[in-house]
Design a protein around this ligand. Structure first.
Ligand SMILES: Nc1nc(=O)c2c([nH]1)NC[C@@H]1CN(c3ccc(C(=O)N[C@@H](CCC(=O)O)C(=O)O)cc3)C=[N+]21
Length: 420
Protein backbone atom coordinates (compact mmCIF):
# COMPACT_ATOMS: atom_id res chain seq x y z
CA UNK A 1 0.00 0.00 0.00
CA UNK A 2 1.16 3.47 -0.68
CA UNK A 3 -0.45 6.70 0.34
CA UNK A 4 0.65 10.07 -0.90
CA UNK A 5 0.22 13.18 1.07
CA UNK A 6 1.81 16.51 0.41
CA UNK A 7 1.47 20.06 1.60
CA UNK A 8 1.30 22.48 -1.29
CA UNK A 9 1.66 26.19 -0.61
CA UNK A 10 -2.08 26.47 -0.06
CA UNK A 11 -1.59 24.59 3.20
CA UNK A 12 -4.20 22.06 2.20
CA UNK A 13 -3.54 18.40 2.23
CA UNK A 14 -3.48 16.27 -0.84
CA UNK A 15 -4.00 12.62 -0.53
CA UNK A 16 -3.35 10.17 -3.29
CA UNK A 17 -4.29 6.55 -3.28
CA UNK A 18 -3.10 3.58 -5.16
CA UNK A 19 -5.02 1.04 -3.20
CA UNK A 20 -8.75 0.45 -3.06
CA UNK A 21 -8.95 0.84 0.68
CA UNK A 22 -6.87 2.42 3.35
CA UNK A 23 -7.50 1.90 7.02
CA UNK A 24 -5.91 4.15 9.56
CA UNK A 25 -6.40 3.67 13.26
CA UNK A 26 -5.89 6.70 15.44
CA UNK A 27 -6.06 7.27 19.17
CA UNK A 28 -9.70 8.22 19.28
CA UNK A 29 -11.09 7.20 15.98
CA UNK A 30 -10.67 4.85 13.15
CA UNK A 31 -11.21 6.08 9.70
CA UNK A 32 -11.71 4.18 6.54
CA UNK A 33 -11.25 5.88 3.26
CA UNK A 34 -12.50 4.11 0.25
CA UNK A 35 -11.59 5.07 -3.18
CA UNK A 36 -13.06 3.40 -6.17
CA UNK A 37 -14.03 3.96 -9.73
CA UNK A 38 -17.53 3.34 -10.94
CA UNK A 39 -18.46 3.81 -14.54
CA UNK A 40 -15.62 6.27 -14.96
CA UNK A 41 -16.70 8.20 -11.87
CA UNK A 42 -14.27 8.61 -9.05
CA UNK A 43 -15.81 8.48 -5.62
CA UNK A 44 -14.35 8.96 -2.22
CA UNK A 45 -16.10 7.87 0.93
CA UNK A 46 -14.91 8.69 4.39
CA UNK A 47 -16.30 6.89 7.38
CA UNK A 48 -15.43 8.34 10.74
CA UNK A 49 -16.06 6.29 13.83
CA UNK A 50 -15.00 6.73 17.41
CA UNK A 51 -15.79 8.61 20.58
CA UNK A 52 -16.03 12.07 19.10
CA UNK A 53 -19.28 13.89 18.42
CA UNK A 54 -18.78 13.34 14.74
CA UNK A 55 -19.03 9.59 15.22
CA UNK A 56 -21.01 7.67 12.69
CA UNK A 57 -20.82 10.55 10.30
CA UNK A 58 -20.59 9.43 6.78
CA UNK A 59 -19.53 11.62 3.92
CA UNK A 60 -19.92 10.76 0.29
CA UNK A 61 -18.25 12.90 -2.26
CA UNK A 62 -18.96 12.54 -5.90
CA UNK A 63 -16.06 13.73 -7.93
CA UNK A 64 -15.95 14.75 -11.49
CA UNK A 65 -14.23 12.15 -13.64
CA UNK A 66 -10.48 12.55 -13.65
CA UNK A 67 -9.06 14.02 -16.81
CA UNK A 68 -6.56 11.24 -16.88
CA UNK A 69 -5.79 8.27 -14.74
CA UNK A 70 -2.80 9.99 -13.23
CA UNK A 71 -4.83 12.57 -11.42
CA UNK A 72 -5.29 12.17 -7.76
CA UNK A 73 -7.87 13.24 -5.28
CA UNK A 74 -7.65 16.30 -3.15
CA UNK A 75 -9.52 16.29 0.09
CA UNK A 76 -9.69 19.70 1.63
CA UNK A 77 -10.31 20.09 5.30
CA UNK A 78 -12.55 22.52 7.17
CA UNK A 79 -9.76 23.16 9.65
CA UNK A 80 -6.29 24.36 8.70
CA UNK A 81 -4.09 21.34 9.06
CA UNK A 82 -0.47 21.75 10.01
CA UNK A 83 1.39 21.05 6.79
CA UNK A 84 2.60 17.48 7.05
CA UNK A 85 6.17 16.64 6.14
CA UNK A 86 6.98 15.33 2.70
CA UNK A 87 5.88 11.77 2.43
CA UNK A 88 7.16 8.63 0.97
CA UNK A 89 5.84 5.13 0.97
CA UNK A 90 7.67 4.17 4.15
CA UNK A 91 6.30 6.88 6.44
CA UNK A 92 3.03 7.54 4.68
CA UNK A 93 0.79 5.86 7.18
CA UNK A 94 2.24 7.67 10.17
CA UNK A 95 1.83 11.09 8.68
CA UNK A 96 -1.67 10.33 7.56
CA UNK A 97 -2.55 9.54 11.16
CA UNK A 98 -1.00 12.79 12.34
CA UNK A 99 -3.30 14.73 10.10
CA UNK A 100 -6.30 12.90 11.43
CA UNK A 101 -5.21 13.49 15.02
CA UNK A 102 -5.06 17.15 14.13
CA UNK A 103 -8.85 17.04 14.12
CA UNK A 104 -9.22 17.42 10.40
CA UNK A 105 -12.64 16.51 9.12
CA UNK A 106 -12.80 15.80 5.43
CA UNK A 107 -15.79 17.60 4.06
CA UNK A 108 -15.09 18.32 0.45
CA UNK A 109 -13.20 16.73 -2.32
CA UNK A 110 -12.06 17.81 -5.71
CA UNK A 111 -9.87 16.45 -8.40
CA UNK A 112 -6.53 18.11 -8.75
CA UNK A 113 -4.51 17.74 -11.91
CA UNK A 114 -1.22 16.16 -10.98
CA UNK A 115 0.71 13.01 -11.47
CA UNK A 116 -0.64 10.11 -9.53
CA UNK A 117 2.35 9.20 -7.51
CA UNK A 118 2.45 8.22 -3.89
CA UNK A 119 3.81 11.12 -1.94
CA UNK A 120 5.54 12.75 -4.88
CA UNK A 121 4.58 16.33 -5.52
CA UNK A 122 5.24 17.59 -9.01
CA UNK A 123 7.20 20.82 -9.16
CA UNK A 124 5.34 22.71 -11.85
CA UNK A 125 8.03 24.70 -13.65
CA UNK A 126 5.60 25.96 -16.25
CA UNK A 127 3.39 27.47 -13.57
CA UNK A 128 6.26 28.89 -11.51
CA UNK A 129 7.85 30.38 -14.66
CA UNK A 130 4.52 32.02 -15.46
CA UNK A 131 4.42 33.56 -11.96
CA UNK A 132 7.95 34.89 -12.38
CA UNK A 133 7.12 36.39 -15.79
CA UNK A 134 4.13 38.14 -14.22
CA UNK A 135 6.41 39.64 -11.54
CA UNK A 136 8.85 40.76 -14.25
CA UNK A 137 6.09 42.30 -16.30
CA UNK A 138 4.98 44.42 -13.34
CA UNK A 139 8.56 45.55 -12.67
CA UNK A 140 9.15 46.45 -16.33
CA UNK A 141 6.03 48.65 -16.12
CA UNK A 142 7.32 50.34 -12.97
CA UNK A 143 10.74 50.81 -14.54
CA UNK A 144 9.14 52.76 -17.37
CA UNK A 145 7.62 55.22 -14.94
CA UNK A 146 10.71 55.72 -12.77
CA UNK A 147 13.41 55.54 -15.47
CA UNK A 148 12.21 58.04 -18.08
CA UNK A 149 10.26 55.54 -20.16
CA UNK A 150 13.24 53.22 -20.53
CA UNK A 151 12.70 49.49 -20.83
CA UNK A 152 15.09 46.51 -20.71
CA UNK A 153 16.59 45.36 -24.01
CA UNK A 154 17.92 41.91 -24.91
CA UNK A 155 20.09 41.03 -27.91
CA UNK A 156 20.24 37.45 -29.15
CA UNK A 157 23.05 36.31 -31.44
CA UNK A 158 22.40 33.15 -33.40
CA UNK A 159 25.01 31.56 -35.65
CA UNK A 160 23.96 28.76 -37.98
CA UNK A 161 20.70 27.00 -38.77
CA UNK A 162 20.17 24.46 -35.98
CA UNK A 163 16.45 23.84 -35.72
CA UNK A 164 16.49 23.50 -31.93
CA UNK A 165 18.47 26.73 -31.50
CA UNK A 166 16.11 28.58 -33.82
CA UNK A 167 13.16 27.34 -31.82
CA UNK A 168 14.72 28.34 -28.45
CA UNK A 169 15.56 31.79 -29.80
CA UNK A 170 11.98 32.17 -31.05
CA UNK A 171 10.53 31.34 -27.63
CA UNK A 172 12.97 33.68 -25.90
CA UNK A 173 11.88 36.57 -28.13
CA UNK A 174 8.23 35.72 -27.66
CA UNK A 175 8.58 35.68 -23.86
CA UNK A 176 10.41 39.02 -24.00
CA UNK A 177 7.50 40.58 -25.83
CA UNK A 178 5.07 39.13 -23.31
CA UNK A 179 6.74 40.92 -20.37
CA UNK A 180 7.58 44.16 -22.19
CA UNK A 181 11.30 43.57 -22.75
CA UNK A 182 12.56 44.77 -26.13
CA UNK A 183 14.44 42.10 -28.00
CA UNK A 184 16.49 42.17 -31.14
CA UNK A 185 18.55 39.56 -32.81
CA UNK A 186 21.34 39.03 -35.28
CA UNK A 187 21.32 35.81 -37.26
CA UNK A 188 24.58 34.89 -38.91
CA UNK A 189 25.06 32.07 -41.44
CA UNK A 190 26.63 28.74 -40.49
CA UNK A 191 29.91 29.76 -42.19
CA UNK A 192 30.25 33.15 -40.48
CA UNK A 193 33.76 33.83 -39.27
CA UNK A 194 34.68 34.27 -35.64
CA UNK A 195 35.63 37.88 -36.39
CA UNK A 196 32.12 38.56 -37.75
CA UNK A 197 30.56 37.17 -34.59
CA UNK A 198 32.90 39.25 -32.42
CA UNK A 199 31.94 42.36 -34.39
CA UNK A 200 28.26 41.80 -33.66
CA UNK A 201 28.97 41.25 -29.97
CA UNK A 202 31.07 44.44 -29.77
CA UNK A 203 28.31 46.49 -31.37
CA UNK A 204 25.81 45.27 -28.74
CA UNK A 205 28.36 45.94 -25.99
CA UNK A 206 28.42 49.57 -27.12
CA UNK A 207 24.64 49.95 -27.45
CA UNK A 208 23.21 51.69 -24.34
CA UNK A 209 19.71 50.39 -25.08
CA UNK A 210 20.88 46.78 -24.82
CA UNK A 211 21.25 45.43 -21.28
CA UNK A 212 21.59 41.75 -22.03
CA UNK A 213 23.51 39.88 -24.73
CA UNK A 214 22.95 36.19 -25.31
CA UNK A 215 25.04 34.18 -27.75
CA UNK A 216 23.04 31.05 -28.44
CA UNK A 217 25.02 27.86 -27.85
CA UNK A 218 26.29 25.63 -29.30
CA UNK A 219 27.98 27.60 -32.03
CA UNK A 220 29.45 26.01 -35.17
CA UNK A 221 32.66 24.09 -34.49
CA UNK A 222 35.00 26.48 -36.31
CA UNK A 223 34.14 29.26 -33.87
CA UNK A 224 35.98 29.47 -30.56
CA UNK A 225 33.12 29.66 -28.08
CA UNK A 226 35.33 30.68 -25.19
CA UNK A 227 36.71 33.62 -27.15
CA UNK A 228 33.22 34.85 -28.06
CA UNK A 229 31.79 34.47 -24.55
CA UNK A 230 34.76 36.42 -23.15
CA UNK A 231 34.02 39.25 -25.56
CA UNK A 232 30.51 39.80 -24.16
CA UNK A 233 30.67 42.64 -21.63
CA UNK A 234 30.36 41.00 -18.23
CA UNK A 235 27.83 43.68 -17.33
CA UNK A 236 25.55 42.51 -20.15
CA UNK A 237 26.32 38.81 -19.77
CA UNK A 238 22.76 37.65 -19.00
CA UNK A 239 23.82 34.02 -19.51
CA UNK A 240 26.38 34.41 -16.73
CA UNK A 241 29.03 32.57 -18.76
CA UNK A 242 31.73 35.27 -18.68
CA UNK A 243 34.77 34.13 -16.69
CA UNK A 244 34.44 37.16 -14.40
CA UNK A 245 30.86 36.20 -13.52
CA UNK A 246 31.67 32.52 -13.03
CA UNK A 247 34.73 33.51 -11.00
CA UNK A 248 32.66 35.80 -8.79
CA UNK A 249 30.08 33.04 -8.33
CA UNK A 250 32.75 30.72 -6.98
CA UNK A 251 33.99 33.11 -4.30
CA UNK A 252 32.50 33.97 -0.95
CA UNK A 253 32.67 37.38 0.67
CA UNK A 254 33.82 39.05 -2.53
CA UNK A 255 32.03 41.10 -5.15
CA UNK A 256 28.83 39.35 -6.22
CA UNK A 257 28.49 38.13 -9.82
CA UNK A 258 26.56 40.51 -12.09
CA UNK A 259 24.67 37.53 -13.53
CA UNK A 260 24.16 33.89 -12.60
CA UNK A 261 23.62 31.28 -15.38
CA UNK A 262 19.91 30.96 -16.18
CA UNK A 263 19.33 27.22 -15.94
CA UNK A 264 21.09 26.70 -12.58
CA UNK A 265 19.44 29.81 -11.13
CA UNK A 266 16.13 28.42 -12.39
CA UNK A 267 16.79 25.15 -10.54
CA UNK A 268 17.45 26.99 -7.27
CA UNK A 269 14.36 29.14 -7.77
CA UNK A 270 12.28 25.97 -8.25
CA UNK A 271 13.63 24.57 -4.97
CA UNK A 272 12.97 27.84 -3.12
CA UNK A 273 9.47 28.29 -4.47
CA UNK A 274 8.66 24.66 -3.64
CA UNK A 275 9.80 25.19 -0.05
CA UNK A 276 12.73 22.80 -0.32
CA UNK A 277 15.23 23.65 2.42
CA UNK A 278 18.84 23.64 1.20
CA UNK A 279 20.64 24.73 4.39
CA UNK A 280 22.51 21.83 5.90
CA UNK A 281 21.10 19.35 3.38
CA UNK A 282 23.06 16.95 1.24
CA UNK A 283 22.84 17.77 -2.47
CA UNK A 284 24.18 15.83 -5.42
CA UNK A 285 24.68 17.37 -8.85
CA UNK A 286 24.90 14.83 -11.64
CA UNK A 287 27.11 16.31 -14.36
CA UNK A 288 29.90 18.90 -14.33
CA UNK A 289 29.24 21.05 -17.41
CA UNK A 290 30.17 24.72 -17.47
CA UNK A 291 26.60 25.77 -18.28
CA UNK A 292 24.66 23.73 -15.70
CA UNK A 293 26.42 21.25 -13.41
CA UNK A 294 29.27 23.39 -12.14
CA UNK A 295 27.31 26.63 -11.55
CA UNK A 296 24.43 24.59 -10.02
CA UNK A 297 26.87 23.08 -7.52
CA UNK A 298 28.24 26.54 -6.67
CA UNK A 299 24.73 27.91 -6.14
CA UNK A 300 23.69 25.00 -3.91
CA UNK A 301 26.82 25.55 -1.85
CA UNK A 302 26.04 29.27 -1.54
CA UNK A 303 22.65 28.22 -0.23
CA UNK A 304 24.39 26.24 2.53
CA UNK A 305 23.91 22.75 1.10
CA UNK A 306 26.71 20.19 1.32
CA UNK A 307 27.39 19.43 -2.31
CA UNK A 308 28.76 16.40 -4.13
CA UNK A 309 29.28 16.48 -7.90
CA UNK A 310 29.18 13.12 -9.66
CA UNK A 311 30.15 12.72 -13.32
CA UNK A 312 31.12 10.27 -16.03
CA UNK A 313 34.31 9.24 -14.22
CA UNK A 314 32.72 8.82 -10.79
CA UNK A 315 33.14 5.24 -9.56
CA UNK A 316 29.85 4.72 -7.78
CA UNK A 317 27.45 7.60 -8.44
CA UNK A 318 24.49 5.73 -6.89
CA UNK A 319 26.26 5.67 -3.55
CA UNK A 320 26.33 9.49 -3.38
CA UNK A 321 22.85 9.90 -4.86
CA UNK A 322 21.35 7.56 -2.24
CA UNK A 323 22.41 9.98 0.51
CA UNK A 324 21.10 13.10 -1.21
CA UNK A 325 18.18 15.19 0.01
CA UNK A 326 18.41 17.17 -3.24
CA UNK A 327 19.39 15.85 -6.67
CA UNK A 328 20.02 18.05 -9.71
CA UNK A 329 20.39 15.84 -12.77
CA UNK A 330 22.24 17.49 -15.65
CA UNK A 331 24.37 14.83 -17.27
CA UNK A 332 22.66 14.64 -20.66
CA UNK A 333 22.08 10.89 -20.43
CA UNK A 334 18.53 9.79 -21.20
CA UNK A 335 16.70 8.55 -18.06
CA UNK A 336 19.98 8.00 -16.22
CA UNK A 337 18.95 8.45 -12.57
CA UNK A 338 16.88 5.52 -11.30
CA UNK A 339 14.25 5.66 -8.56
CA UNK A 340 16.07 2.89 -6.67
CA UNK A 341 19.06 5.24 -6.30
CA UNK A 342 17.06 7.96 -4.55
CA UNK A 343 16.65 8.60 -0.87
CA UNK A 344 12.91 8.43 -0.16
CA UNK A 345 11.43 11.92 -0.13
CA UNK A 346 14.33 13.52 -2.00
CA UNK A 347 13.72 16.65 -4.09
CA UNK A 348 14.70 15.94 -7.71
CA UNK A 349 15.34 18.62 -10.34
CA UNK A 350 15.66 17.13 -13.80
CA UNK A 351 17.52 19.43 -16.20
CA UNK A 352 17.78 16.96 -19.09
CA UNK A 353 15.90 17.31 -22.36
CA UNK A 354 16.31 14.17 -24.47
CA UNK A 355 14.29 12.90 -27.41
CA UNK A 356 13.17 9.31 -26.90
CA UNK A 357 11.64 7.18 -29.66
CA UNK A 358 7.91 6.81 -29.12
CA UNK A 359 5.79 5.38 -31.91
CA UNK A 360 2.58 6.58 -30.22
CA UNK A 361 3.60 10.23 -30.77
CA UNK A 362 3.00 12.21 -33.92
CA UNK A 363 6.64 13.17 -34.22
CA UNK A 364 7.80 9.63 -33.43
CA UNK A 365 9.49 10.74 -30.22
CA UNK A 366 8.81 12.38 -26.91
CA UNK A 367 10.93 14.47 -24.57
CA UNK A 368 12.33 12.81 -21.45
CA UNK A 369 14.80 13.96 -18.84
CA UNK A 370 18.00 12.67 -17.27
CA UNK A 371 15.88 10.90 -14.64
CA UNK A 372 13.75 7.84 -15.14
CA UNK A 373 10.50 9.60 -14.32
CA UNK A 374 8.37 6.50 -13.72
CA UNK A 375 10.66 4.97 -11.11
CA UNK A 376 11.81 8.27 -9.57
CA UNK A 377 8.33 9.61 -8.88
CA UNK A 378 7.65 6.57 -6.71
CA UNK A 379 10.48 7.49 -4.35
CA UNK A 380 11.03 11.25 -4.66
CA UNK A 381 9.19 13.69 -2.41
CA UNK A 382 9.15 16.43 -5.05
CA UNK A 383 10.19 16.29 -8.66
CA UNK A 384 10.17 18.33 -11.86
CA UNK A 385 8.66 16.83 -15.01
CA UNK A 386 10.17 17.03 -18.50
CA UNK A 387 8.91 19.00 -20.33
CA UNK A 388 7.32 21.59 -18.05
CA UNK A 389 10.04 21.67 -15.39
CA UNK A 390 13.37 23.41 -15.75
CA UNK A 391 13.00 24.42 -19.43
CA UNK A 392 10.44 27.19 -18.95
CA UNK A 393 12.41 28.44 -15.92
CA UNK A 394 15.56 28.92 -18.02
CA UNK A 395 13.75 31.50 -20.13
CA UNK A 396 12.01 33.16 -17.18
CA UNK A 397 15.38 33.68 -15.48
CA UNK A 398 16.87 35.05 -18.70
CA UNK A 399 14.17 37.72 -18.58
CA UNK A 400 14.84 38.29 -14.87
CA UNK A 401 18.57 38.72 -15.55
CA UNK A 402 17.83 41.17 -18.38
CA UNK A 403 15.52 43.17 -16.10
CA UNK A 404 18.16 43.22 -13.36
CA UNK A 405 20.83 44.36 -15.83
CA UNK A 406 18.63 47.20 -17.07
CA UNK A 407 17.67 48.23 -13.53
CA UNK A 408 21.38 48.42 -12.63
CA UNK A 409 22.20 50.52 -15.65
CA UNK A 410 19.41 53.00 -14.83
CA UNK A 411 20.16 52.96 -11.09
CA UNK A 412 16.68 51.78 -10.10
CA UNK A 413 17.43 48.31 -8.68
CA UNK A 414 16.56 49.22 -5.11
CA UNK A 415 13.32 50.94 -6.09
CA UNK A 416 12.26 47.82 -7.97
CA UNK A 417 13.27 45.52 -5.14
CA UNK A 418 15.97 43.87 -7.25
CA UNK A 419 19.43 42.81 -6.23
CA UNK A 420 22.00 45.37 -7.29
N1 LIG B 1 23.50 30.88 -24.66
C1 LIG B 1 22.56 29.99 -24.40
N2 LIG B 1 21.72 30.19 -23.36
C2 LIG B 1 20.74 29.28 -23.07
O1 LIG B 1 19.98 29.46 -22.10
C3 LIG B 1 20.60 28.13 -23.92
C4 LIG B 1 21.49 27.99 -24.98
N3 LIG B 1 22.45 28.92 -25.19
N4 LIG B 1 21.40 26.92 -25.81
C5 LIG B 1 20.37 25.92 -25.65
C6 LIG B 1 19.91 25.81 -24.22
C7 LIG B 1 18.58 25.12 -24.07
N5 LIG B 1 17.68 26.11 -23.50
C8 LIG B 1 16.34 25.88 -23.27
C9 LIG B 1 15.43 26.90 -23.11
C10 LIG B 1 14.07 26.63 -22.92
C11 LIG B 1 13.61 25.35 -22.92
C12 LIG B 1 12.15 25.10 -22.75
O2 LIG B 1 11.36 26.02 -22.62
N6 LIG B 1 11.71 23.85 -22.77
C13 LIG B 1 10.31 23.50 -22.63
C14 LIG B 1 9.71 22.96 -23.90
C15 LIG B 1 10.63 22.06 -24.65
C16 LIG B 1 10.05 21.70 -26.03
O3 LIG B 1 8.86 21.37 -26.11
O4 LIG B 1 10.82 21.71 -27.01
C17 LIG B 1 10.14 22.52 -21.48
O5 LIG B 1 11.12 21.90 -21.06
O6 LIG B 1 9.01 22.39 -21.00
C18 LIG B 1 14.50 24.33 -23.06
C19 LIG B 1 15.84 24.59 -23.24
C20 LIG B 1 18.36 27.28 -23.35
N7 LIG B 1 19.62 27.15 -23.72
Amino acid sequence: MAVGLTAPRSGRSIIGFDTKMITVRGRSSSVVLQHHRRRGMMMTMALARGNSSSSNQQHHHELSPPRNKNECVQLSSNKKATPPPALNSSNALTTFEQVLYGGVAFTAASVLKREFSPGCELIDGKQIAQEIRQEIKEKVERMKTIANGNTPGLAVVLVGERKDSQSYVRSKKKMCAEVGIRSEGTDLPEDATEEEVLKVVRAYNADPNIHGILVQLPMPKHINEERVLKEVSYEKDVDGFHPLNIGALSQRGREEPRFVPCTPRGCIELLKRSNVEMKGKKAVVVGRSNVVGTPAALLLQRNDATVTVVHSRTKNPEEAIREADIVIAACGVTEYVQGSWLKPGAAVIDVGINAKDDATKKLGYRLVGDCDFESCKKVAGKMTPVPGGVGPMTIAILLQNTLEGAARSYGVSEQLGLKN
